[in-house]
Design a protein around this ligand. Structure first.
Ligand code: SF4
Length: 83
């Protein structure tokens, strides 16, 4: 799970914007203006049944992480949390 979904900065963060782009999902904010310090991105390659490769990007550590539980869900109420 990407820690960004519980981070205060998620809707302003340039790194999370990149993660959204890699996942092909719509952006929380088209023009993020915050750059977190030292985000560490975990990349997982998953082979699908049809032999396609799915790539998952998750931020696992970040010096700028500021916990705000449920921040992503507050911005997208009722939507499925990105995995
Ligand atoms: S944890 Fe870091 S990369 Fe993720 S939203 Fe917060 S500041 Fe951005």
């Amino acid at each position: 799970m990407c820690i960004c979904v519980n981070c205060h900065w998620v809707n302003r963060c340039k790194t999370y914007h990149s993660v959204e782009r890699q996942h092909g999902v719509k952006h929380l904010n088209p023009n993020p203006d915050f750059q977190g310090n030292n985000p560490s991105i975990h990349i997982l390659l998953k082979e699908q049944n049809n032999a396609d490769i799915e790539v998952e990007w998750d931020v696992r550590e970040c010096s700028s992480f500021l916990e705000e539980k449920g921040k992503w869900l507050k911005l997208r109420p009722g939507e499925k949390l990105p995995s």
